[in-house]
Each structure stands twice: as structure tokens, then as C-alpha cells.
Ligand binder design. Structure first.
Ligand code: GTP
Ligand code: MG
Length: 210
């Protein structure tokens, strides 16, 4: 067995032997989901428009954490992993319109107990492949029986159209094991531009109604 595989397994084992490690990420996701649900419902009531279509979340699997820690050259201990990885906990917020993406991000990061660590705006500046989404790394307190843990969560905010595109692109990427045929890649980038156009035209229609 190679050294890498050993390291990989030791990280996976360490995570499994300390169930509290992943549990705080699950709690952080629950806290964040509650915040987002409150924003969704209250905004709907006060503005007659729900800025959130749906929310999904996941805690990264131990194997995936170990593999990423290895790729990043992190030490095989849980503290180094908690420090070095930003996406152990992930929340994806899908919004009807681009304006909702920014509105939800602003309302969330404006809260006293939400600390914004990083913001990547792939909506304003899409990736070369056409990927668009607003990424936030936030840190929120989780109140445990004997301490408070400040836990990082990756929040991806995107429109329904952006989500449609990203889901398809992700599937193709995995199906072809990262080797997407050239014509696929070009076609994907083209349809990403179409999705962006759709977003902007839908937003204009929505503005005329509100
Ligand atoms: P990762 O190591 O992939 O987490 O990259 P990063 O640390 O530079 O973070 P970035 O904000 O660029 O991407 C974080 C996450 O956004 C990824 O893990 C994916 O879930 C999503 N993402 C980023 N780029 C793409 C893309 O081109 N296509 C799709 N489908 N998802 C993407
Ligand atoms: Mg990631």
C-alpha cells in the first residue's frame, strides 16, 4: 500500500473514531438552514416574493474529506483539516432571480453571528467554462453543552438556471472522469451563456411585475 493510501485511511479512521467532529458541521448546517428558512418566509411576507426556491445541504463524506486533505497536503489530523478545508459543511441556496442571490447573501452575512471569511462572485465573473454562482465561506457559532464552536460552512447561492447548468456540467464531468470531449465543453459554455441570458430576461419580467 502506498504512503498516500495509508494517510488517506488514517484520516478516514480518525474522523470515524471521533463522531463529534462531523456532528458540529451537521449542527452548523442546521443553524444555517434555520436562518435561511426564516429569511425566506419573512421576506415573502413583507415583500410578497420568496427569494429562495429551495435549499440543499450535505456534510462531506469522510473518504472525500481525506482525499481532499491529501490533495491539499494537509497534516493527517482533524484540527489541521478543520482549519484547512472550507467545505466540510456545504449549503446550496437556489433562488429564482439573480437579485435574490445577492439579497439573500447580504441578509445572511449582515447577521451579527455570521462571520464572512471569503466571498467568490462567479456570477459577476463567471469561470471560463461558464460556471456561475456566488460562493461564501461563513463561520457561525454552534452552542454545545460545554463550549461554543465556530464552524465554517460553504454556502453556494445560485439561480434555478445556474443550478440546472451546474448540475448537468457536474454529471458530465464525473461521467467522463474529467475528460469531457472538446465539443461538449464548447457546447456547455455556450448553454451557460444562454442560461445567463435567461436569468437576465426573467429578472426583467419580474421587475415589471413588482
Ligand atoms: P474546490 O477545491 O473544488 O472546493 O475549489 P475551491 O476551494 O477553489 O472553491 P470554489 O469556490 O472555486 O469551488 C467550490 C465548489 O463550487 C466546488 O466544490 C463545486 O461544488 C462548485 N464548483 C466550482 N466550480 C464549479 C464548476 O465549474 N462546475 C460545477 N458544476 N461546480 C463548480
Ligand atoms: Mg469544494
Amino acid at each position: 500500500m502506498s504512503g498516500d493510501a495509508l494517510l488517506d485511511e488514517s484520516v478516514t479512521d480518525a474522523i470515524r473514531q471521533q463522531p463529534g467532529f462531523l456532528l458540529v458541521y451537521k449542527f452548523a448546517i442546521e443553524e444555517l438552514m434555520t436562518k435561511l428558512r426564516i429569511l425566506s418566509e419573512e421576506f415573502d411576507l413583507t415583500h410578497r416574493h420568496d427569494p429562495i426556491e429551495h435549499i440543499t445541504s450535505r456534510v462531506k463524506r469522510p473518504e472525500a474529506i481525506a482525499a481532499k486533505a491529501l490533495r491539499r497536503g494537509l497534516a493527517a489530523d482533524l484540527a489541521a483539516i478543520a482549519e484547512g478545508l472550507d467545505d466540510v459543511a456545504g449549503v446550496r441556496v437556489v433562488c429564482p432571480f439573480v437579485s435574490d442571490v445577492y439579497q439573500v447573501a447580504d441578509m445572511l452575512t449582515g447577521q451579527d453571528d455570521v462571520e464572512l471569511l471569503r466571498r467568490k462572485d462567479y456570477v459577476a465573473v463567471p469561470k471560463d467554462n461558464g460556471y456561475r454562482s456566488l460562493h461564501l465561506i461563513v463561520r457561525i457559532p454552534v452552542f454545545l453543552s460545554d463550549r461554543v464552536e465556530r464552524v465554517k460552512v460553504e454556502v453556494q447561492l445560485r439561480t434555478i438556471a445556474m443550478d440546472f447548468w451546474a448540475t448537468l456540467e457536474h454529471k458530465l464531468f464525473y461521467k467522463y472522469d474529467s475528460q469531457v470531449p472538446a465539443d461538449f465543453a464548447t457546447e456547455l459554455t455556450d448553454v451557460a451563456a444562454l442560461a445567463a441570458q435567461l436569468d437576465s430576461r426573467m429578472e426583467n419580467l419580474h421587475r415589471r411585475l413588482h
